[in-house]
Write a protein that binds this ligand. Structure first.
Ligand SMILES: *Cc1c(COP(=O)(O)O)cnc(C)c1O
Length: 376
């Protein structure tokens, strides 16, 4: 697409992905595998180009949330192992086998159904066992009281035909805030592994660390780590910046254009609901981006964007396709200029804070209407 025709777009810097990949890789001991989560369209960055780049860089594993996300990558000729972290109904076992996808398994019922389907097809499905050590999301509950029962259930699952139990994993709920709780979860996981080992049950790939644990707790790396947000150049929480040395670089810069600039007298009401009345004569620039593009409406009247070499604040409500910013003090701004909404001058974390959410959500919410432009 011709650059000047673009209304609003996201530049995705694959060189930054490469930098983050190496930053993460050098933190790991020899032999520790690196899994890259590319779920939710690679956190809004575009699953196929990101997965291809990660594969070329040497990522050992990819992860998605659903069967459809996995098939999308296989259709794009991505060959790396892919783990489906979320639920897949066993009626789709044939698709898992056909596309060589690894499935996370959370309960005995599903394991049995997957086993029957694999045996029927005369094939072996690769699976990872999920343990719930305190997130209370997916997996068999493995707290102190549930440990023995969970291990017995897992032993039965492990013995089923047609399944290859390549891995076992758990997920931390508070690795960006509580060392105590993270270590409790990690201890539960290690205890589970010990009990299973006593039953002769072992796994090649034991994994538990997402970005926060990768940055905070090297003791949790085991055989593989699963940092997501860190690959995209963001810290799960400001408290996690420390171990990675050279720093992570964000991939995405969200941009739009100045559609028009005009001066308006003091006392003029701006945008829907007239939430803002100009206190002084002002020059307002209209930007070609709005909540229909994923820019949170909750940032109305507050977000600072970068345009014409300076900062301009959103005035009034963000509309579906447009928003207004005050460029009174930026006399050079003219129609056709580029504006940065998230990027090196405007951390998406700032917008997330204004919107009362986290950077993960804003990245995922950059809408389908925004073309992703890949820089490499
Ligand atoms: C999304 C996800 C990750 C990655 O989390 P980040 O905080 O982005 O690093 C890791 N593991 C599981 C199970 C996930 O769902």
């Amino acid at each position: 697409m011709d650059k000047l025709r673009r209304r609003a777009w996201a530049e995705i810097d694959l060189k930054a992905l490469e930098h983050n990949y190496h930053t993460l890789r050098v933190m790991l001991p020899q032999g520790c595998r690196l899994l890259a989560p590319v779920k939710a369209d690679a956190y809004g960055h575009g699953a196929i180009p990101v997965a291809r780049k990660l594969e070329a860089l040497g990522a050992d594993y990819l992860a998605v949330a659903s069967l459809d996300e996995g098939i999308e990558l296989r259709r794009a000729e991505v060959k790396a192992p892919i783990l489906i972290l979320g639920h897949t109904d066993p009626v789709w076992a044939g698709e898992l086998l056909e596309h060589d996808l690894t499935q996370g398994v959370f309960d005995e019922e599903t394991a049995r159904a997957l086993s029957r389907a694999a045996v029927r097809e005369g094939r072996t499905l690769t699976v990872h066992m999920k343990a719930d050590t305190g997130m209370s999301r997916l997996g068999l509950l493995c707290d102190e009281r549930g440990l023995e029962a969970a291990a017995e259930t897992m032993a039965r699952m492990y013995a089923l035909p047609g399944l290859r139990w390549e891995g076992i994993f758990t997920h931390f709920s508070h690795a960006d805030g509580s060392e105590e709780y993270t270590m409790l979860q990690f201890t539960r996981f290690l205890d589970l592994l010990t009990v299973l080992e006593g039953k002769g049950i072992t796994f090649k790939i034991r994994h538990c660390a997402a970005s926060a644990a990768v940055l905070n707790y090297p003791c949790t790396y085991l055989d593989m780590v699963r940092p997501g947000i860190a690959f995209y150049g963001h810290y799960p929480d400001p408290s996690c910046q420390g171990l990675d040395g050279s720093g992570l670089t964000p991939l995405m810069t969200l941009k739009a254009r100045v559609a028009s600039v005009k001066s308006l007298p003091a006392g003029t009401a701006v945008s829907y609901g007239r939430t803002r009345v100009l206190e002084r004569e002002s020059r307002l620039a209209v930007l070609t981006i709005g909540y229909g593009d994923g820019l949170p409406r909750a940032c109305s009247d507050r977000l600072r964007v970068w345009v014409g070499g300076g900062y301009a604040t959103v005035v009034g409500r963000i509309c579906m396709d447009l928003c207004m910013v005050d460029v009174t003090d930026l006399p050079g701004v003219k129609p056709g200029d580029e504006a940065e909404l998230y990027g090196p001058h405007v951390p998406v974390e700032d917008a997330a804070e204004l919107a009362g959410t986290i950077q993960y959500e804003l990245l995922c919410n950059v809408s389908k209407r925004i073309p992703r432009i890949y820089l490499d």
